[in-house]
Design a protein around this ligand. Structure first.
Ligand code: TXA
Ligand code: MG
Length: 349
């Protein structure tokens, strides 16, 4: 049986750190989603994270730290500072000032990080989470953790402790429960290039505007934008299909057009995910849903992001025959992350 313990308890934190030290896997709450943690420096523990998730070896993990200045990352052997140009080092310092928080930076990999964690790449993704539980566990262990979202590969990310047990069952020895996560979508991933250019690799909980303000420059687009333009950034492992429910998911755009334009709607009654209450009456009249979830009645992006994955999960487990979700129009703040997750969740598998 998976043990679930309250996160705000010293004994739980100690238990988690002890298990991690012994090479076990523990699920921890972060401010974005729940993560599946293992000692970053232990290659066997890292490999067991891939096994527990059913994750392909080409999809690298994020190393989570609490000591996160450029000097501290070098000192821990997480970052190879000798491979940072002056311009890149300046960008790292500007962005590290946003930590702790929902930002991940892709940097030259230091010698302490095993190749398994980075899928053999010479770069490493690093994040300093702000959640007090995860920070306390890292500090009690005294070492960084790798922590992918605690779901089976390609599936919906967990935003509550119960989701983790549903996804991973026996594979995880212990889950620390801190209730629903604050942001509900994963961190924003930014890559830093030799000339100091920072590129957006995955939209996430930290808005682009906040990052650009800290940087004093616009973020570059990823080198390989996806087919649908702008919103398919490409870190390795950022596959078109991700965050997917088991049931068929179809998206409606702002004009209420089904984005799977050529295919007829599936048979039966959908579970409907509405972005806000704005078009509720019209959409319920047209689709006669078995269930409706409204992400944010007033159309608040923070609330919508927080509830998105739980709504997908609930409708997937419900007696609805398929799922229909309203894709909110393009916008700033959290909007790119919400649109990215919905599009990938609906992408053909
Ligand atoms: O909010 C988050 O970031 C959560 C919480 C638990 O911290 N973690 C998370 O990890 O979302 P995961 O494994 O689900 O997503 C990590 C993604 C990979 O799929 C890959 O796209 C990117 O990070 N990544 C990791 N290492 C990379 C690297 N060296 N270069 C480019 N992208 C990398
Ligand atoms: Mg994930």
């Amino acid at each position: 049986m998976t043990r679930v313990l309250p996160a705000d308890d010293e004994g739980s934190v100690r238990d988690a750190a002890d298990r991690l030290r012994a090479g076990e896997l523990v699920a921890l709450p972060t401010e974005t989603v729940y993560g599946l943690a293992a000692r970053a420096y232990d290659e066997d523990a890292v490999l067991s994270v891939f096994a527990a998730k059913g994750r392909p070896g080409f999809d690298p993990l994020i190393v989570h730290v609490t000591r996160a200045s450029r000097a501290e990352l070098e000192e821990q052997g997480v970052l190879d500072g000798s491979r940072l140009s002056e311009a890149a080092a300046r960008a790292v310092d500007a962005l590290a000032a946003l930590w702790p928080g929902p930002l991940t930076l892709v940097l030259p990999k230091g010698p302490s990080v095993p190749d398994a964690a980075t899928s053999g790449l010479d770069t490493v993704a690093v994040r300093a989470p702000s959640h007090p539980t995860t920070r306390a566990v890292i500090d009690a262990l005294g070492e960084p953790l790798v922590m992918p979202s605690a779901n089976r590969f390609g599936r919906v990310s967990p935003t509550e402790a119960a989701h983790v047990a549903d996804e991973l069952g026996e594979a995880v020895a212990l889950v620390l429960d801190a209730g629903a996560t604050e942001h509900g979508v994963e961190s924003t991933i930014v890559g830093i290039e030799d000339d100091g250019t920072a590129r957006l690799l995955r939209p996430g909980a930290l808005p682009r505007e906040t990052i650009e303000e800290a940087l004093g420059a616009p973020l570059g687009e990823p080198a390989h934008a996806g087919a649908d333009g702008g919103e398919a950034p490409l870190a390795p492992g950022m596959l078109a299909s991700h965050y997917a429910p088991r049931k068929t998911l179809r998206l409606l755009d702002a004009a209420e057009v089904d984005l799977a334009k050529d295919a007829p709607p599936p048979e039966g009654r959908p579970g409907v995910i509405l972005y806000s209450n704005a078009r509720r009456i019209a959409l319920e009249a047209r689709w006669a849903p078995a269930h409706t979830r409204v992400l944010s009645p007033e159309g608040d992006d923070r609330e919508a992001a927080r509830k998105l994955f739980a709504a997908l999960r609930e409708l997937d487990a419900s007696d609805a025959d398929w799922i229909l979700a309203e894709l909110p129009p393009e916008g700033d703040g959290l909007r790119p992350a919400i649109r990215d997750r919905l599009r990938r969740a609906a992408a053909a598998r």
